[in-house]
Every structure is written in C-alpha cells, then in structure tokens.
Design a protein around this ligand. Sequence first.
Ligand code: ACO
Length: 445
Amino acid sequence: MAKDSLTITDNRTGKTYELPISYGTYANYGASIPASELRKIKASEDDFGLITYDPGFTNTGSCRSSVTFIDGERGILRYRGYPIEELAEKSTYLETAYLTLYGELPTEKQLDDWVWNITHHTMIHEYVKRFMEGFHYDAHPMGMLLGTVGALATFYPEAKDIKDETAREKSIWRLIAKMPTIAAFAYRHNRGLPYSYPDNDLSFTGNFLNMLLKTTELRYEPDPILEKALDGLFILHAAHAQNCGANAMRGAGSSHSDPFSATAAAAAALYGPLHGGANEAVLRMLNQIGSKDKVGEFVKEVKSGTAGRLMGFGHRVYKSYDPRAKIIKKLADKVFEVTGKNPLLEIALELEKIALEDEYFVKRNLYPNVDFYSGIIYQAMGFPVDMFPVLFAIPRTAGWLAQWQEMLLDKEQRIARPRQVYVGSDQRKYAPLKERGKESLVAHS
Ligand code: ACO
C-alpha cells in the first residue's frame, strides 16, 4: 500500500518536502493536502513560502462538509447521503430542509415540531413591512429580498449570539419561515397589491402561493399540483455544496456576523446572472431568440462570441447533465398539464438538442444546468422573470444555514481571509501634487 503522502522537490533549492494526504468519505474524491504546509517551501530564509494560486477557487477545498455530495463527472447529487432523485420523489421541502440542517431525516414528532416552528415564524414585524413599502414601485424583488433580510438583523439583535444553540435555532426558524413572506411582499409591492398575510393552515408552498396570489376570496386554496411542483422545485434548490452563495454565507459568517446579515450576503451572491440570476437570463435569452427556427443561428452567434453565453448551460462542477435539470424536465410536464404549455419550451428543447450535438459544447462538457428549465416552469406558473432568483433564494436559505452552522461548529474554521499574489508597484515615494508626472518610482533597496 502506497504511503498517504506527497513528495515535492523544490528545484530552486533541491530540497524535498513531504506533505500528508488526507481523505473525506471517499478515497478517490476529495483527497487533499493542507495548503498551509506549502508555506514551508521557501527559496530563501526571508521567503514567505509558497501559496496556491486559484482564482475562483476551482480546485481549493475551503472546508470539510457533510451537507451535500456532488460528483460532477457522473451527475450525482446527494443531500446528507440521500440521492436527490429520491428526495424529489418522496420528501417535502420542509423535511428536506430539516435533513439538510440536522443531518438526519426527522422522526414524525421531530417533523411535526419543525413544521410547527417554521409555520409560526412566518409573520414579519409591521415595521419590516413599512421598510419594504419604502422601495420604489419597480424595485427588483431580489434587491428587495436581500435588503430586507439584512434589515431583519436589526429586529432580532439576539441573533448575534451565534454561540448559543437556542439563539441559532430561532434564527434558523425565522429565516426559513420569513423568506417566502418577504418574497411574496416584494412581488405584491411591484404590482401595487396589498400584502397578503400568512395562513398557518396551509403548507409551506401552499402558504407562499396564498401570500402571492390571494385576492378577494375569504380563503385561498392553492392548486395541489402547482403546490406540489413548487415544493419539488424547492427540494432541488435546497443545497449545493460550496457554490458562490454558500461561499458568501460562510465568508460573511466567518467573521461571526449574525445569520440575517450573512444570508443577505449569500443572497447578493446568488443574485448575479452567473449564479441564481441565470434562470432569469435564460428566459430573456429564449424570448430574444423568439422562435425554434432561429435557434441554429443563435447557437452560431454564441460560439462566435457575439451573443454572450448560452445561459442555463455549463456548470463549474457538473461536467455531465445536471441531475436536477433532469428532474425539472419531468416536473415541467406535470405543471404544463395545469397551466398549458409554455411556448418557450419548444425553443428550449431545440436549443438543448442542437447544443448537445455541437462540438463546441460537447468539447467543453456544457450541459443544461438547473436553471435551464426552472424558468420555463416558473413562467408557466405565472411568475414574472424578475421573481426567478427570489424563487431560488427561498429554498436555498436552508442550504446556506446548514453551511453556516457547520462552519460555526467546525473547530478548524477561522475567519475567511485568502492570500493574494501581489503584482502592483514596488515601494514608491509620495510625490507632491505639483511634481506629479515626473519620475516617482524609487527602486526598492
Ligand atoms: N455558453 C457558452 N460557452 C460557455 C458557457 C456557456 N453557457 N459556459 C462556459 N462556456 C465556455 C467558456 O467560454 C470557456 O470556453 P474556452 O475554454 O474556450 O475559454 C469554457 O466553456 C469554460 O468556461 P468557464 O467560464 O471557464 O467555466 P466556469 O466553470 O468558470 O463557469 C459557469 C461556470 C459560470 C456556470 C459558466 O458555465 C456560465 O457562465 N454558464 C452560463 C450561466 C449559467 O447558466 N449559470 C448558472 C449556473 S448553475 C447555478 O449557479 C445554480
């Protein structure tokens, strides 16, 4: 049996170093060397030592995590060991959120308590409502969501007590419960509709639909198929390892800021079109293409670099079909039975067909990701495109909080503070205003 170590020879000095290799659950996936050991590798006495250079953290493990497992080559996603396909079929979003946060599927009693606690924290303070009323009528709902969730920190100062398990748990209930309320209020704000308050007799997604869509009826009754489909979409979006949003959550949380502020940071990261904003961008792209017969031309433009990227395609981790996209494609059929087919589906299917056969996309392992089909379903359900990233943020809150709590309880974690390779000027002498433009660089002695 080979020794679990790596031998490095520094050709600058001829010295040899031995670094330990450690493993996670799998020997062939996630084997790592401690980056700090590289600091011992120095060219001279006053050398700082080697660091790794990894823009975008493409090959850097920032933590040990047991929340989600992804094998991007084989298209595998598991939450706490459970395949995403099985959870999507058999679980509910709140049960999955519990699993994500606590590591085990809940017993009946645990699930009842959990659902009760989430259901009874959906209301928001009237001042939060007033805060939301201050946004411009056409404010992007994702901007409203992340601004308001940050503002919630001021309403719950006890959330700062992140070392207290009870305070942490209360923040978790509040965040998971209030995100749909804030999201729905943002939606109604854009439409000039009065905000609709939570209904505790409905399910998590049933209540969300109630807060979005209730008008004059005394009791809103969600369509069971749409309620279930939305719940399924929420399961698929609950967690996804160290993605940009989770990394922002951990980064902000690593300074021990409260979870509401850290969630605002994570939501800000999710907002971008390369991450959770991609489903919104997919819809805009499909509308821009306009019809099935224009797809070929559009793909040519993407390849030549004149039409930007094919949104909803490609993933940092998945180099095969995103398993969530496969499930979403099936969910779409159920939704369309109720809503009627979204005409953009035809364009999307054609786009997928052409791209999957095209050498450019095949060579780069670019497959549809979770965002490619989710937007089409959301649109068929009647959501405007700018609500799409918000619909992503609601369920992802569970994953963010699971990462946050795991980080806080992990003794190896410290404040997130990457190194840099400095490429700027050497020391310079400050030049008075009148003398600027003359030689001012002083060689470092
Ligand atoms: N369309 C066209 N070309 C693409 C695409 C795309 N969607 N994605 C990647 N490429 C090309 C790049 O131009 C690059 O080509 P090159 O090697 O000739 O330079 C190559 O594929 C590798 O791309 P990178 O940007 O290096 O890959 P990275 O892992 O950094 O990016 C990302 C991943 C951001 C998801 C990228 O694929 C992308 O921009 N996709 C479109 C946006 C999107 O759908 N985002 C949602 C991701 S899922 C999520 O966040 C929930």
